[in-house]
Design a protein around this ligand. Sequence first.
Ligand SMILES: Cc1ncc(C[n+]2csc(CCOP(=O)(O)OP(=O)(O)O)c2C)c(N)n1
Length: 640
Amino acid sequence: MSLLEMIKEPTDLKKLTQNEFELLAREIRQELIQNVSKTGGHLAPNLGVVELTLALHSVFDFSKDKIIWDVGHQCYTHKMLTGRREQMSTLRQYGGLSGFPKRSESPYDAFDTGHSSTSISAALGMALSRDLKGEDHHVVAVIGDGAMTGGMAFEAMNHAGHLKTDLIVVLNDNEMSIAGPVGGLASYLSRLRTDPMYSWGKEEIEGLLNRLPHVGRRVLKIIDRIKDSFKYLVVPGMLFEELGFTYLGPIDGHNIGQLQEVFKHALNTKGPVLVHAVTTKGKGYRPAELEPAKFHGVGPFDPKTGELPPKEGPPTFTSVFGAELVRQGEKNKEIVAITAAMPDGTGLTPFAKRFPKRFYDVGIAEPHALTLAAGLAATGLKPVVAMYSTFLQRSVDQIIHDIALMDLPVVLAIDRAGLVGEDGETHQGVFDLSFLRCVPGMVIMVPKDEQELRHMLVTALQYDGPIAFRYPRGAGVGVPLTGTARPVPLGKGEVLRQGKDVTILALGPLVYEALTAAEELADKGIEAAVINPRFVKPLDEDLILSWADKTGHLITVEEHSLASGFGSAVLELLASSGRENVKVQRLGIGDEFIQHGKPKILREHLGLTSSGIKKAVQNMLKNRRSFTRQKLNIKEIYGG
Ligand SMILES: Cc1ncc(C[n+]2csc(CCOP(=O)(O)OP(=O)(O)O)c2C)c(N)n1
């Protein structure tokens, strides 16, 4: 029986020796690699926190203490230790375990995460709640050096330091975000890690100075006089100390004994404490240690070699966008590109390589990315912000207040719009149309395929105001990518198929599902027109109204929330033009969060497929057809 099999609950860890802990860490790594090689998932971040997680669970009691995992992508060992090991093969699969902490899954998951830099705020909230209710437990936030670049982390630390409540923040410093780390904080942490001066504890330094009577006292006097500048030189973690935290570290995040010692010290320290643990992303699995960015989040792979299956099929929307942006960048020097810590994910790496001076990775700082773009646009440049739909949610005020209010020409390239699949609820990109539609002056486009994405990028670059286009995760439709990209006429949709019975308005690549549905419906004697609306704002009002009049029946289809999405815009148009008699059915996402699972499965459940569209059309026309048949029957009866 393996050691891991003997750990039924976290309290079982308390009996282990140091050697057993090391053995257990090895077993966990083996299982993580095997599992994730089948399910896909965030391998490298999880391999990096095995010892950290073991140490936390052996020192704290998270049946009453609280732990909040920032981003939450590193929680696999935590799940294995808290009764979910048997289900790890279902990780990220439809109906299986989530790849992130979920309160609905286990009482050990204190807070749902997925987006970064929230842990310290949430932990502080829990600590304050504990204090108000007179409870007695510890609250721990585990946050990576990447997530620490998000503004909220600093807002929370600033507040925690002010309140002085008991709170433990574990900084998991692996020198990596998804890509390389960004900015002053990264250099600061690097100095803490590498300069021997910095590995001294603050108390040790003060003790040393006191032990040197003359020099020491004199130095302490100097400290008093030039306090700040000197402290920055000699006291480790001064940035955190100045924010009101007791800094402990840096410590080896793979040494369980050392981690346990420091955690015990932390839980006996009053006020907020920051434990700085240095770890290696991908630890213990060579392919992941060598290429931590590739193994940050991976699909299934060969565990022996670390090789991923060859990419098949058409190029992704992301890569087509990235390549076209480079082409446009050659022609127009005013184009600058911005990412928030996702240069690869958003397809901006080729642009960054070709035009390093016109590319900005701001770290995990989405709101800053948008206002930075506003500044660039206000002074004559053409910023393109490429961001996943789900993370753009963070920047709504910046879009309204810093961009749209001044009508600034910022281009929003919204990647991973729609269902993203295995990352689940926290990552589905299904709200962007709702929060952009209401912004005055905002233009919103949705390309039906990767070729139209090229055209829309050019449209956006030529437009003098805020403009967005949204496109899905993964492979394109497979259309030829030929010719020069040309702007599409503003606010104009296109009719892809004529029909007299019903009009299907399908957004983005769903229009191809609508075309398939229309073909199958034709076999059943239903003539469906299919329209690619292209614009959610401004809507092609004339086109939509004329087809509403022609067919009297509209079906809207969108991979987006129905509340205030594209279908809602069509309903608003019909209502304001007084067409009460047009029948409308909207297909999309209802008032619910969509869980993890393969996009194909999720789409089937939501009816966002050709057969779903076909069914909706048939249902819609059923009444009309039975009415017609009834009339026919009457005719037949009376021989008319
Ligand atoms: C608001 C937000 N933006 C972007 C992301 C995408 N993302 C997931 S993990 C990650 C890097 C996190 O780095 P770090 O906190 O150092 O953790 P590590 O993966 O290195 O363990 C990023 C950018 C996110 N989850 N949330």
